[in-house]
Design a protein around this ligand. Structure first.
Ligand code: RB5
Length: 147
């Protein structure tokens, strides 16, 4: 994929502030953002938010997705249940790069209680600007879907 333009965003209540910071950041870079909330700190269930964002990516309505919860783990698990989604949790920029180059991840999950805003924005920048390498990695990625 070259130059992803349309990014799906969602979180649970644990990550509202970081999600909104990411939305503002990537909008300022020119990305189109579909931020499906939530917008209040009221306790909510991460699976429904992860799955809703994942469906936007799986359908092609969005090119890539970024999702967040407290750890990034639960919402990642929910997103990966949607066919066609490859979502990784990252807490470092090396992994944010590698899930694109080797795994062709189409969603990034971040734990708002794990990483600070500066690192999160760096991971987002790396994730959105790194290309899948293809080749032998494409064969392996295909094996994920055809087990
Ligand atoms: C909510 O308290 C928390 O469980 C959730 O944000 C997430 O960390 C789950 O994986």
């Amino acid at each position: 994929m070259t130059n992803p333009k349309h990014i799906a965003l969602s979180s649970d209540h644990a990550a509202i502030d970081l999600r909104q910071a990411i939305a503002a950041h990537i909008k300022s870079l020119g990305y189109q953002v579909t931020d499906i909330g939530p917008t209040t700190n009221e306790s909510t269930d991460y699976p429904k938010h992860g799955q809703a964002a994942a469906k936007l990516v799986a359908s092609g309505d969005c090119d890539l997705g970024i999702i967040l919860c407290g750890t990034g783990q639960g919402i990642m698990m929910a997103a990966n249940k949607v066919k066609g989604i490859r979502c990784g949790v990252c807490s470092d920029t090396f992994s944010a790069r590698m899930i694109r180059t080797h795994n062709n991840a189409n969603m990034l999950s971040i734990g708002a209680r794990v990483v600070g805003e500066g690192l999160a924005l760096d991971m987002v920048d790396v994730f959105l600007t790194t290309e899948f390498e293809g080749g032998r990695h494409a064969t392996r990625v295909d094996m994920i879907e055809t087990h």
